[in-house]
Each structure stands twice: as structure tokens, then as C-alpha cells.
Ligand binder design. Sequence first.
Ligand code: AMP
Length: 212
Amino acid sequence: MKNVIFIAPPAAGKGTQSMKLVEIGYTHITTGSMLREEINKNTSVGLKIKNTIDKGLLVNDEIVLNLITNKIKTINQPFVLDGFPRTYNQAVLLDKLFEDLKINNYEVIYLDIEFNEAVKRALGRLTCKCGATYNIYYDNLTPKLENICDKCGAKLKKRSDDNDSSIKIRFDTFIKNNEPIKKFYEQKNKLHIIDIKLDSNEITDRIKDILK
Ligand code: AMP
């Protein structure tokens, strides 16, 4: 199975699709969650990261690159990279890392979502520490018991950056940075675009086809 890089605006469903790939043996490498783990360690670096994330801004490249490098070196492939690269410079850094680690078996999947849909999804999103995500604005995505994870029974949380002002900044930042990233992978013949208006299972099937 090929490795995957997901690039998508916030709340496009990268997390949900990644979990489907975890079910078939993929390791999920998600920079957002790794950064939130750093925040939970209550270090001064963690506090700086929290301030950046809560404003909807991007964390320093070096911090994020270190996190993913350490992770990729310790796992067996295949993996899903969710949340990196977010800038052209990060795409170049990742390319160098893949070259160093002799990783060329990968595809890039872009989940395409419109702004209004992303806002609705972000504002209704609830997440669990086990990785499951829910949404109170979609009947088929609400948890069976209010605020409780169907999968592990833990209490669900709302992300502190899933608020009106942060989602707008995150979406705008994504759009601004994404064009050169798309071109970068298009030129390498690695880019696949999927419209998130498709049913979630259909999206998963398309992704699995791409990764065969
Ligand atoms: P996510 O969970 O992917 O929505 O990421 C949450 C936040 O973590 C983002 O809004 C950024 O502040 C930060 N973040 C995640 N990935 C990166 C990255 N590759 N580069 C810089 N900041 C990142």
C-alpha cells in the first residue's frame, strides 16, 4: 500500500478519512494532534504553540518538521500524513526528507471543500482523544449519547481553535498557501483531487483505488 499525503482546507474530513485508512493498517501522522500533545505537556514551547494555534496561525516549520521526522523514522510504512505540508517551503522540506529516507511510494490527495461548508463543519465538530470525530450539525455524525464517544466512551471535546475567527483565518491561510503546493505535486504527477460533496464512503473508496 502506498503512503498518503492529505492536503485540504480545515474541516474537509482529513481526520475522518485518515481513520478509515488506519482501519486497514495505516499509521496516522497528524501534525495538528502532535502539536496539541506538545501543548498538553505544559512546557514553554507548548505554550507558544498554543498561542499560535489558537490564533489560527502556522507553527514554525522547524518544530513541525522535527515532529514528523521523528515519527516517520520510528514507524513502519504505510502512513497517512495529515496536516503537512501546509506551505510550499514545507513541501520542499518534505521532499528532502522523503529523499533522505528513500520514500517514493506515495500519492497526494486533495480534499476540496467550499468555505461555507468548512465553517459549518468546524463549528459543529467534536473530537475524541481516540481520534474519532463527530459533528452536531449532521444527523449521521452526531454521537449516540450527547458528548460521549461511540467508539471508546470518553468525553468529547470541542477544539479551542474551532471558532468563527480562527476558522476564517485558517481557511484563508490555506487557500493562500495551497496553490504552489498543488502545482508542486501536479508536476510530480502525484496529485489527486476529490470533491468532498461525495458521500464519505465513496470518498474512502476513491482514496483506496488511488492507493492500490
Ligand atoms: P489541524 O489539526 O490540522 O487543523 O491543525 C491545527 C493547527 O496546528 C493549525 O491551525 C496550525 O496552527 C497548526 N499546524 C498543524 N500542522 C501544521 C503545519 N504543517 N505547519 C504549521 N502549523 C501547523
